[in-house]
Design a protein around this ligand. Structure first.
Ligand code: P6P
Length: 330
C-alpha cells in the first residue's frame, strides 16, 4: 500500500482481506493509536508542566513510578475501557487485573500493556515506548479471569508498540507481517512508513547491559566475548540505550541482537513476559527474527503469574541461534 496511507485506511484494507472479521482489531488498534497520540502529547509537554520526575511511590515491580507512567496508564484505560472490544486489561502499573466496568459493553479480548517502558529515561529525554499485547479471552463469564491472561505468547492475536522517539511510531502485527506508521503531528494521523518490516537474518549490533557482566553465566560471557573478538570477520557494535522499545526497534530495522539474560543476581532476568517479551517476540518472529530465553522459544512459555519475568534474547534469527549455541555449550 502507498507510503502515507493512514493507519485507519490500512486497518480497514487489512480487515477486508478477512471477510469474517468483526472489526474488533480495527477498533482496538485505532483506540490504541489514539492513546499513543495522547501519551505523545503528554511527553512533548513534559518539560513544560509538572509531570516530570517521580511520584514518590513504587509499582508492583518495586520500581519507582515516574509521573508520566501514571499518566500513560490512565490514558490507556480511558481510551480502551468503554470500546466494547475488551473484557479486561493488565498493566505493568497495576498489581491486579483491570475489569471492564459493568456500565460499558464487554468484548472477547484482553489487553496487556506496559504503558511507558523505559520511563526512567523520561527526564533525560531518551526515547521510551508503550508495548501492548492482545489475547482472545478463554473465560465465558461477565468478568475477566487470570486464565484469560496466562496464555502462551503463541496465542497472541495482535501485538505492537508505540515508540516516542525523534518521531513517534506505531508498529504492530496481527500475524500477517509487521507494519510501521509514523505520526504526522501536523495531521495528527499515523501514516504508513514501513510496510512489511523484515529484520535482516544477521546483524552486527548487540545490545546488553555490560554493567551486569560480573553476574553473567558462562554462556553469556563466552557469547559476548565471541562477538567482541571479531569472530567470523564481523566487527560488532555495542548499542544499548536502556530503553527496550528503542533498542528493539533499532535492531528490528538494522539487524542485530538484544539480550537481557538471566544471571546469578536475577535468574529470570528483568523483563516481563506478558507485556514486554511476548509482544516483542511475536513482532520479531513475524518480521523473520527469533526470540528465546537462551534455551526456549519465548512464545512457547506457559505463564504462571501476571508480572512474571523472563530472560530475553531477541533479534535476527542467525544471531539468536548463535547465542543459543553458546547457552547450550556453557
Ligand atoms: P537495565 C527500562 O526500565 C527497562 O524495563 C527496559 O526498557 C530496558 O531494556 C531495561 O529495563 C534496562 O534495564 O538494568 O539495563 O537498566
Amino acid at each position: 500500500m502507498d507510503i502515507g496511507t493512514t493507519l485507519t485506511r490500512f486497518l480497514l484494507e487489512e480487515q477486508r482481506k478477512f471477510p469474517g472479521s468483526t472489526g474488533d482489531f480495527t477498533g482496538l488498534l485505532a483506540d490504541i493509536a489514539i492513546a499513543g497520540k495522547m501519551i505523545c502529547r503528554g511527553m512533548s509537554k513534559a518539560g513544560l508542566i509538572d509531570i516530570l520526575g517521580a511520584t514518590g511511590s513504587s509499582n508492583v515491580q518495586g520500581e519507582e513510578v515516574q509521573k508520566l507512567d501514571v499518566v500513560a496508564n490512565d490514558t490507556m484505560i480511558r481510551a480502551l475501557d468503554h470500546t466494547g472490544h475488551l473484557i479486561g486489561m493488565a498493566s505493568e502499573e497495576m498489581e491486579d487485573i483491570f475489569q471492564i466496568p459493568d456500565e460499558f459493553p464487554k468484548g472477547k479480548y484482553v489487553l496487556m500493556y506496559d504503558p511507558l517502558d523505559g520511563s526512567s529515561n523520561i527526564d533525560v529525554n531518551i526515547s521510551v515506548g508503550t508495548i501492548f499485547s492482545i489475547l482472545r479471552r478463554k473465560s465465558t463469564g461477565n468478568k475477566a479471569t487470570l486464565e484469560d491472561f496466562l496464555q502462551p505468547g503463541a496465542e497472541q492475536v495482535c501485538a505492537g508498540y508505540v515508540l516516542y522517539g525523534t518521531s513517534t511510531m506505531m508498529v504492530y502485527t496481527t500475524g500477517t507481517g509487521v507494519h510501521g506508521f509514523t505520526l504526522d503531528p501536523g495531521v495528527g494521523e499515523f501514516l504508513l512508513s514501513h510496510e512489511d518490516i523484515r529484520i535482516p537474518d544477521r546483524g552486527d549490533l548487540y545490545s546488553i547491559n555490560e554493567g551486569n557482566a560480573r553476574y553473567w553465566h558462562k554462556g553469556t560471557t563466552d557469547y559476548i566475548n565471541h562477538l567482541k573478538s571479531g569472530a567470523g570477520g564481523t566487527s560488532f557494535k555495542g548499542r544499548y540505550i536502556g530503553s527496550l522499545v528503542a533498542d528493539f526497534h533499532r535492531n528490528l530495522l538494522k539487524g542485530g541482537i538484544f539480550l537481557y539474560p538471566g544471571d546469578t543476581k536475577s535468574p529470570d532476568g528483568k523483563l516481563r513476559l506478558l507485556y514486554e517479551a511476548n509482544p516483542l517476540a511475536f513482532l520479531a518472529e513475524q518480521a523473520g527474527g527469533a526470540a528465546s530465553t537462551g534455551e526456549k522459544r519465548i512464545l512457547d512459555l506457559m505463564p504462571t503469574k501476571l508480572h512474571q519475568r523472563t530472560p530475553l534474547i531477541i533479534g535476527s534469527k542467525d544471531n539468536v541461534a548463535e547465542a543459543e549455541r553458546f547457552w547450550a555449550g556453557a
